[in-house]
Ligand binder design. Sequence first.
Ligand SMILES: [Zn+2]
Length: 89
Amino acid sequence: MEYTIKPCFLCDAESKQSDTDHDNRSLVTCSNEACGQYEITHSAAISIVSSTFIKGALRKLVNKRHGDYGHFDISRPDKQIKWEWIAKQ
Ligand SMILES: [Zn+2]
């Protein structure tokens, strides 16, 4: 999968990002083990940029699943940040 190197949305460390879901989401693989891998919609990414509190909370959730087979999906339906664990079959 093609990727670009950009700052992680959750911790600003260097991360690999690929566009997924017809460019509506970014699949992020963060070099910081506290984040690991997650997927985030563009609108969710924009809305959490200035919220240190939400970013910290999401980082903890993502980290809890570190090593499990799957990834976190962070989206923003109805202007509320929502997260969901997507297990890989
Ligand atoms: Zn990160």
